[in-house]
Design a protein around this ligand. Structure first.
Ligand code: NAD
Length: 256
């Protein structure tokens, strides 16, 4: 797998700090020879993300709040100007307002639902739309989902329906982009203690359950997710599209 991404250009959206799933993926992409564009959410995040972007020698580092169309356009303009193409992108972001996330789905507000869907799901559609013209020789679009989009996971709440929509989106985009050899896949990691995970109530219990119930009795690390993402971004995965790939030590095959 060494240098499997030599010559490839990739966009990584979702690094908040060195615990982020996107960071584990960025490192794997870089180690395999890819050149990366990296984004950070805002000025506060930049302080954490800039040194990491420097570690992977990213020639493009730009702010991106996915709700901001101007920032999205500026990002893709910079990619076009610098590389003239894009081979893969990773979308590893999610957000839901805490009060909506930590209550019942039945009680969530319209605004909370729309915000969660916009940032965590629609943004993948938008990135795919902007990437399409830069993927003239085919490409790979990756997103990150969770088992709670497929089965009801206690305390996952509103993010469950949002991830279900994201997984559906992966299938529809894969079907639409297939002829252009643009592959679309989701990676579904087991629970990892990241900043976003901190917003989910009783997350420690989820970690404990994952360890107890998974056949391998191990917690997932961001490097494990990175290794799988690197494979999916490489030409070796050229016939893999529309899938949700579990990196969860086998948790998903176990009955409750
Ligand atoms: P993280 O906190 O490190 O990353 C979440 C990212 O989302 C941050 O970089 C944040 O800046 C970004 N983000 C939030 N709102 C944004 C916006 N408006 N515009 C642009 N970026 C925005 O946490 P993580 O766990 O690495 O999360 C990455 C992805 O992995 C998420 O989709 C999450 O649902 C998914 N995931 C996480 C786990 C887990 O247990 N940590 C498990 C399965 C899937």
């Amino acid at each position: 797998m060494a240098r499997a991404l030599e010559g490839k250009k990739g966009l990584v959206v979702g690094i908040a700090n060195d615990k982020s799933i996107a960071w584990g993926c960025a490192r794997a992409f870089h180690d395999a020879g890819a050149e990366l564009a990296v984004t950070y959410l805002n000025e506060k995040a930049e302080a954490y993300v800039r040194p990491l972007a420097e570690q992977v020698k990213a020639p493009i580092l730009l702010p991106l709040d996915v709700r901001d169309d101007k920032q999205l356009e500026a990002l893709f303009k910079a990619i076009e100007k610098t590389w003239g193409k894009l081979d893969f992108l990773l979308h590893a972001i999610a957000f839901a307002p805490k009060e909506d996330l930590q209550g019942r789905v039945a009680d969530c507000s319209r605004q909370g639902f729309l915000t969660a869907m916009d940032i965590s799901c629609y943004s993948f559609i938008r990135l795919a739309h902007l990437a399409e013209p830069l993927m003239r020789d085919g490409g790979c679009l990756l997103t990150t989902t969770y088992y709670g989009g497929e089965k009801v996971v206690e305390h996952y709440g509103l993010m469950g329906p949002v991830k279900a929509a994201l997984e559906g989106t992966v299938k529809y985009l894969a079907a639409e982009f297939g002829e252009k050899k643009i592959r679309v896949n989701a990676i579904s990691p087991g629970p990892i203690a990241t900043r976003a995970a901190g917003g989910i109530a009783h997350f420690d219990e989820l970690l404990e359950l994952a360890k107890q119930k998974s056949p391998e009795h191990e917690l997932i690390c961001t490097d494990c997710v990175g290794a799988y993402a690197r494979f999916l971004a490489s030409d070796e995965a050229r016939l893999v599209t529309g899938s949700t790939a579990y990196v969860d030590a086998g948790f998903n095959i176990m009955a409750a």
